[in-house]
Write a protein that binds this ligand. Structure first.
Ligand code: NAP
Length: 267
């Protein structure tokens, strides 16, 4: 039986991925901070839930040591993430550190903890959830976008570093997915930016924008493909929005595409 370790598995894409891999006969280790509350996943026979905060290096090391002593993990899916939404000017030191910790340093540290295992068995796949914002940064989410861009670029470099050991590194790049991400995120308000902030919020809630949303289940199917296709391909755009905007960037350039996106998506 193949085994996948998933971070951020209590909700959204991580949870959908856990359920899909379990349905397809994989052993799933589903991790997050609140996973202990998830009775649905805990009731599935081939899913083991484990509490993990990816911003806690000590906990990462002890969870990885425990899991690797009991399971031959084939795939690590670094999916945990969180949004900090609002003007950069207003972010506190703690908010800035936490945003980089969860979206960039967390996946790097979790991967570090699993790499000796993958290297010794000369094989394995690391899949990192980045974002369309890694290529098309969004206003009021510029630090989130920067962290995801860092994760995307790191993945490409690490893939080359690990090639000689038969370890693949891949990225999952969603556009906009209907999940709890914005609800669970930290929103920083600001009087100085109130008008544009309100416009961007309204754009997210606009029915026209809702048409751009894809599903967590659709993303999970792409993750399954990335884990099992045996290809050396690194980047997987998961939905129509991501594919269309990346194609637009190739055709029309970054700045034109960003100007277009700000009229359609960002108010
Ligand atoms: N939704 C989108 O439009 C979209 C687009 C592009 C990329 N993404 C990325 O997709 C990934 C999954 O997000 P989602 O949309 O499925 O959102 P979600 O439903 O909010 O899921 C986020 C998951 O991350 C976990 N998490 C948050 N902070 C954590 C921490 N410090 N340690 C461990 N786990 C943590 C949460 O669980 P706990 O609270 O239990 O820890 C939850 O399981 C994220 O990396 C996100 O940035 C989402």
């Amino acid at each position: 039986m193949s085994t996948i370790f998933i971070t951020g598995a209590s909700s959204g894409m991580g949870k959908a991925t856990a359920k899909l891999f379990a349905e397809r006969g994989w052993q799933v280790i589903a991790a997050s901070r609140s996973i202990g509350d998830d009775v649905e996943l805990a009731a599935i026979e081939n899913i083991e839930t484990v509490t993990l905060d990816v911003t806690d290096p000590r906990q990462i090391r002890s969870v990885a040591a425990d899991i690797l002593s009991r399971f031959d993990v084939d795939v690590l899916f670094n999916n945990a993430g969180a949004v900090l939404f609002g003007p950069v000017e207003e972010y506190t030191d703690e908010q800035l550190d936490a945003q980089i910790a969860v979206n960039l340093l967390g996946p790097i540290r979790v991967t570090q903890a699993f790499l000796p295992h993958f290297r010794e068995r000369r094989g394995g796949t690391v899949i990192n959830t980045t974002s369309l914002t890694a290529m098309l940064p969004a206003p009021f989410m510029s630090v989130y976008s920067a962290a995801k861009a860092g994760l995307e670029r790191w993945s490409f470099g690490l893939n080359l570093e690990l090639d000689e050991f038969g370890i693949r590194v891949k990225t999952i790049v969603p556009g906009i997915v209907d999940t709890n991400l914005m609800v669970a995120g930290t929103v920083v308000q600001s009087d100085a930016y109130a008008v544009h902030l309100g416009e961007v919020f309204a754009a997210f809630g606009d029915p026209a924008t809702a048409e751009l949303f894809s599903t967590a289940e659709g993303t999970a199917a792409v993750v399954f493909g990335a884990a099992t296709d045996g290809k050396t391909r690194v980047r997987y755009l998961t939905d129509a929005t991501a594919k269309e905007y990346v194609a637009m960037m190739v055709g029309f350039g970054e700045e034109t595409t960003q100007a277009f996106a700000s009229t359609v998506m960002f108010g």
